[in-house]
Design a protein around this ligand. Sequence first.
Ligand code: NI
Length: 399
Amino acid sequence: MKEQIKFKIKSLVDECSNDIIKIRHHLHQYPELSFKEYNTAKYIAQILADFGIEYQTGIVETGIVGEIRGRNPNKKVIALRADIDALPIQETSGVDFTSKNEGVMHACGHDFHTASLLGTLYILNHLKDSFEGTVKFLFQPGEELLPGGAKLMIEEGVLENPKVQSITGQHVYPDLETGTIGIKSGTYMASADEIYFTVKGKGGHGALPHQSIDPILITSHIIVALQQIVSRNCSPYTPAVLSFGDIEGKGATNIIPNEVKVKGTFRTFDEKWREDAHKLMIKMAEGIADSMGAKCEFEVRKGYPVLENDTELTNFNRQAAIEYLGKENVVDLGLRMTAEDFAYYSQKIPACFYRIGTANDKKNIGGALHNGNLTVDDEALEIATGLMAYMAIRQLDDN
Ligand code: NI
């Protein structure tokens, strides 16, 4: 059974791979920013229509959902998800299908995820007599921008009617070679919150500090002290980072400014500690400012939660990947400090998010995520397409 399905999938991959590669190149040439993926959505819808797959558009405006029903469609419902948005980055990769939209690029591989899922659906639609249950698919907008398309799609009910029992998604990974995948069960990716604070003092002449309340010095104390939350309050068994990337205090060599604004990010892997840390940061920053005669307005903008890979589903998908790719090509991953809105699905239902190797040293393909130099290997697209189809069918023939 397994060998037969694998063989069928691989021949369908051969049948569609040229088209799927062309689809990715098209998406790559016309990237659109988060929640503005209007042409992308139209393009995806057209391809689904060409494949004879039914779908519904307009979910969170540019999202698309649909179902492929196998035999006994109510027996089990699983979901597959791809994100479709691009980033405000100027492409420098030099590929011949480089972005035609100035300053916008698929620098996080979502063109790959979208094309790959379309290929997977092409395969599953041909094999719908070979599995029992339903595959729901989600083309999700706005992964790169808060509040996150995943959150909004869940609020619009994409995990209901029919009720989805588990969800699987993938992400390109330029740290792994084509032909391999990386996977981790349990806690996998960090929560990510945006930190904004303003210290309000009293500006004046730099020569007369005793007549001012210096927000620059006070901010310096706050920044140093806040690191104590990571180094002293956080359990050493729970990784956390607090990084500040922007400080604005518009004085001069001889001018103490009125206020200083700071922006940063806080990330960790434990939802309870995350809440506690927010409170500690606010208390500490306000207390320090107060003790020095200033005011601190501290805002935590909550971002994506911790991404938890369901142990059972992830182990199942890992086993399917071993069957499809060979044991030597399935790599165990560690924790990852970046965040991903797929985490919202993982907070609702059993979820599995894995990494597909897309680097190819010999062809000089790699670069970095969220960088204009990112390139991904088209050969990896063929593997991703077939692998996700195999995972889905294995999930639906095992019960
Ligand atoms: Ni991404």
